[in-house]
Structures are given as structure tokens and as C-alpha cells.
Design a protein around this ligand. Structure first.
Ligand SMILES: Nc1ncnc2c1ncn2[C@@H]1O[C@H](COP(=O)(O)OP(=O)(O)OP(=O)(O)O)[C@@H](O)[C@H]1O
Ligand SMILES: [Mg+2]
Length: 284
């Protein structure tokens, strides 16, 4: 394939590591999404491997949801490419991407309130072509695994916010995705629900060998959960690296706090977590 001219952001991020197997990657290359002249996402390059959790963080309006919308087919890209397992998918509608193994949740729930939790989850399997019997089998297994079985007959309105979030994630997981994109699954959750959500993400990553992208404003939750973290600001990739690298990255702290705080005891930047601090940053 002919080489495109590389822009500054790409130069800094560098090429994919040579041993990377495209069959195991969901990759965005120089992806731009424009809304009426606003570059909501501007030439962003990053990828997630199967079996890996990538955190996607950034201040309000940074472009996180827009990027996930672009990856899952809910926002058209104006430049760049998105590949899943090595195949270009950026021209495909959301349902075709879902059939190829891409599942997502939405920032604002989108559960069907007149259906039970079980029926909501079953829909996730039916949407990717499972028979009613297979959808029921998968849903039963997932309800059992997640401890949601006792709540299965209830409509979402009767569930706690944490359980609703888990039903949303289960509805995506039941499709058996190779890649799972979670938009603020931890929003408003108490600590005990965070542990359950984390377990569900882990189960999906390890048990199903899925690549998971997690967006959340609970930065501590994201950093704890993630193998790698990608930081967006004003639609651009600000930094990418291990949780420890991002945790101590001055531009990341400045994006969150407006300036680099003199003490780093704030929730976005607690002391080191023991992982190797390595990553890349956008050129100044
Ligand atoms: N459908 C749309 N039409 C026009 N502008 C949009 C649309 N969706 C998002 N935007 C704009 O694109 C930018 C990025 O928004 P986006 O929702 O992706 O940010 P975000 O990082 O998910 O923010 P938050 O943390 O608040 O959810 C914002 O300036 C937003 O106003
Ligand atoms: Mg958002």
C-alpha cells in the first residue's frame, strides 16, 4: 500500500511494533471526525489488541465518545482508516461491524425499559444473528457468571444504577465480541459496583480473549483496569502509555486541572502503581 504523508502526531506515536499481528488488532489510523467544521477527533492513531484493556481518558468534550462512535460506525470519519482484524471497516454500518465482532455500550444506557434485564441481554445476542435458543443459552450463562441471575426478570428501572450498567455491559458481551468498547460504564457507581464491573471486564478480556476499550472519568478506575492508556484532549491524542506513564504526565495533568498541580495527590495522579512507566507524547 502506498505510504500516506505522515503528520506530526503520527511521527511521535511511531509505527506499530513489527511483531503486531493485524488479525488481533482493532486499529484507528489518523482518524478525523468533523462536525460542522469542528474537528471533534483530529488525526488520532491508536490500536487495541485482543486480550488487552486500553483506557481512553480525557476532559469533557475531548472526543472520546466521538472516537468510539467512529470505531463502531455511529459517526462517519472524514479522514483516516479503521481496521478490524486487518480488514478496513470504516465504510461499514454499525450492524455489519457488530457481526464482525465489535460491540459497544453507550454513555447514556439505552436499555429497553419495558423489557426485563434478561430480555435486554438476549437482544445483544439476537442482534448478531444468534437463534433464540442460542441467545437464551448465552444469556443464562452470562447471568450466572455475573451474579445477575436473581435480577433477570426485573425491568431495568427496578435495578440499581450499578446493576443497570452491568446489564448494559452484559448486553454487549453476550454478542461474543472480539472487541468491546465501553463508554463510561462506571459513571455514578459506588465502590462495590466498581469491583463487580471490573470483574466483568476482566472476564471478558481473559475468558473471551477480547480487546476492551474503556472510557471513564473515574481516572483511577481506568488506570487500575488498563494495560495501556490513551489520552485525548481537544480531539487530539495527547499521550499514550502505561498507566504509570500517564499518571505522571505533565500535559495530562494540565489538561485535567488546567495547570500542573504542585502536589500530585489528586485522584487523577496518585503515587506510582508499580507498572513500568513508558509511553509516547504528542510533540509540543
Ligand atoms: N453529534 C454531534 N454534533 C455536533 N458536535 C458534536 C456531536 N457530538 C459531539 N460533538 C462535539 O464534539 C466534541 C467532542 O465530543 P465528545 O462527546 O466526543 O466528547 P467526550 O470526550 O466524549 O466528552 P464527555 O467526557 O463529556 O462525554 C465536543 O465539542 C462536542 O460538542
Ligand atoms: Mg463522552
Amino acid at each position: 500500500m502506498a505510504q500516506e504523508p505522515r503528520d506530526a502526531a503520527l511521527e511521535v506515536i511511531g509505527p506499530e511494533e513489527p511483531e503486531e499481528d493485524p488479525a488481533r488488532l482493532l486499529a484507528c489510523r489518523a482518524v478525523t471526525v468533523t462536525y460542522a467544521g469542528l474537528r471533534a477527533v483530529s488525526s488520532v492513531t491508536f490500536s487495541v489488541r485482543r486480550g488487552e484493556v486500553v483506557g481512553l481518558i480525557g476532559p469533557n468534550g475531548a472526543g472520546k465518545t466521538t472516537l468510539v462512535n467512529a470505531m463502531s460506525g455511529f459517526a462517519p470519519i472524514s479522514e483516516g482508516s479503521i481496521t478490524l482484524g486487518g480488514a478496513e471497516i470504516s465504510h461499514l454500518p454499525p450492524e455489519r461491524r457488530a457481526h464482525r465482532g465489535l460491540a459497544r455500550t453507550f454513555q447514556h444506557g439505552r436499555l429497553f425499559m419495558d423489557l426485563s434485564a434478561r430480555e435486554n441481554i438476549e437482544l445483544g445476542a439476537l442482534a448478531v444473528g444468534c437463534s433464540a435458543r442460542e441467545a437464551r443459552r448465552r444469556t443464562d450463562a452470562l447471568l450466572e457468571e455475573t451474579g445477575l441471575l436473581s435480577l433477570a426478570a426485573r425491568p431495568p428501572a427496578e435495578l440499581s444504577h450499578g446493576d443497570q450498567q452491568r446489564v448494559s455491559v452484559a448486553r454487549a458481551v453476550v454478542a461474543g465480541p472480539a472487541f468491546l468498547l465501553l463508554d463510561e460504564p462506571a459513571a455514578g457507581l459506588p465502590a462495590e459496583s466498581l469491583a463487580e464491573l471490573r470483574a466483568l471486564v476482566e472476564q471478558t478480556r481473559v475468558g473471551r480473549d477480547a480487546g476492551v476499550v474503556v472510557i471513564d472519568h473515574n481516572v483511577e478506575f481506568v488506570l487500575d483496569l488498563s494495560d495501556r492508556v490513551v489520552v485525548l484532549d481537544h480531539g487530539q491524542l495527547l499521550a499514550e502509555g502505561t498507566p504509570s506513564y500517564v499518571r505522571h504526565h505533565e500535559e495530562v495533568l494540565a489538561a485535567y486541572f488546567g495547570s500542573v498541580p504542585s502536589t500530585r495527590s489528586a485522584s487523577a495522579a496518585p503515587p506510582g502503581d508499580g507498572d513500568a512507566a513508558s509511553g509516547t507524547a504528542k510533540a509540543p
